[in-house]
Write a protein that binds this ligand. Structure first.
Ligand SMILES: [Zn+2]
Length: 198
């Protein structure tokens, strides 16, 4: 009860604050692409990044909102497509200096809904379209597929730009050619022993 009212209060506060000056509308988490395409729906809004649990776990921090634009339409072949753009900013850990790194994440997408694997193999889907399976009600989870797109857009090895990183490239190469490390290699010693016995 207490948690619920707190949650409602927060939501209301956020809506009031953001809806008026910035016109941020929250996108539905789930849509019926075919219906939306008939209506030629065009969504511009945000998704609350806290709802994307996998993304939240993959980064240090994420902006409160993911900006999203998505247009639903029928293409020349009559296929339903929905395409658009996602943008947000996350904080990652630089793999060179272990410091925090602000990283803008952007993703372009173009999906076409398919029902089961059968349709996916029978129909000719242009390569530019990414098939996305609808559930029994003809719906897709925008939340889930958008989260996937953002996760795929994260760098595999996040690194600061060299000028902004506290560890310089020179330090890196100096560390690599340290001769003592080679002497401590146990296999090198074994090799020496073997050679002596021969
Ligand atoms: Zn760095």
């Amino acid at each position: 009860m207490c948690v619920k009212s707190q949650f409602c209060f927060d939501r209301k506060g956020a809506t009031l604050y953001h809806a008026r000056p910035m016109q941020k509308v929250k996108l539905p988490h789930s849509v019926e692409p075919t219906k939306s395409a008939m209506k030629r729906s065009d969504y511009r809004g945000v998704i609350v990044s806290k709802d994307m649990e996998r993304l939240s776990e993959a980064v240090v921090r994420c902006n409160d909102y993911v900006d999203a634009e998505v247009q639903f339409e029928k293409d020349a072949q009559g296929l339903t497509v929905f395409h658009g753009h996602l943008a947000t900013q996350v904080t990652l850990i630089c793999q060179r200096c272990n410091g925090e790194l602000d990283y803008p994440v952007e993703a372009e997408f173009c999906f076409t809904p398919v029902q089961g694997e059968e349709q996916e193999s029978d129909d000719i889907i242009p390569e530019a379209y990414e098939p996305v399976e609808v559930n029994d009600h003809g719906e897709v989870s925008l939340l889930q597929i958008f989260e996937d797109e953002l996760l795929l857009s994260l760098p595999i090895v996040p690194l600061h730009a060299e000028s902004e990183c506290t560890v310089k490239q020179d330090d890196m190469s100096f560390g690599k050619i340290e001769p003592e490390q080679e002497r401590q290699n146990p296999f090198a010693v074994l090799k020496e022993l073997k050679r002596d016995q021969e």
